[in-house]
Design a protein around this ligand. Sequence first.
Ligand SMILES: *C/C=C(C)/C=C/C=C(C)/C=C/C1=C(C)CCCC1(C)C
Length: 244
Amino acid sequence: MENFLASVSLVAKIATDDYVGFTFFVGCMAMMAASAFFFLSMNSYDRKWRTSILVSGLITFIAAVHYWYMRDYWATNMESPTFFRYVDWILTVPLMCVEFFLILKVAGAKKSLMTKLIFLSVIMLVTGYLGEAVFRDQAWLWGLISGIAYFAIVYEIWLGNAKKLAVAAGGEVLKAHKILCWFVLVGWAIYPIGYMAGTPGWYEGIFGGLAMDVIYNVGDAINKIGFGLVVYNLAVVASTKAEA
Ligand SMILES: *C/C=C(C)/C=C/C=C(C)/C=C/C1=C(C)CCCC1(C)C
């Protein structure tokens, strides 16, 4: 009977020192809560911001679903759910690029800006996946290409066309754009660090053996939820100013 119960038990045990399992679990709940928050807030600001907040909610919702699977995958196999991780990113990171476009639309941002950022983010992630999962021996090469695409995104939003549009828009849009730029420069830099910490023979153990997945999970929570909250704040503040 006991064996039978064990075999039908659907919930895997999580050890007290399993930080990866723990952060997958908390990450999943945080993404779900953030999604509910963004979706339910939809009527609290001006109509023109709705798509932006919808996208914020979609980003955390897609992540919540992937965290659900990653949590399970980790609990069952005790190995990195690299595949789910990158499927999550390849859906959510381009949406974050769309977010830049949406808030800059007031200053006349063109679709080409969005396409460019999306294209760069896809290059960044596909090459990252090749280095992390397929061509492990050439992790440096793929990491390098990925890093170049990352810097091209950073350049575009900090100094390129996107920056000019943000300056032209001014006010709350410029403020929000600046904060989002910091997210990309500092918050997104967490990932290449995780990549290096997870590549054998590189910086394994730089964080006292803290697993790559913990680094990615913390990065995701900061970037996806934080990013969404910046856009939420912009919508609320800009709407109240418009009313006044
Ligand atoms: C919500 C998920 C986000 C914001 C994920 C962002 C991921 C990156 C910025 C990943 C970047 C990488 C490099 C710059 C080089 C090494 C390979 C990657 C894919 C980890």
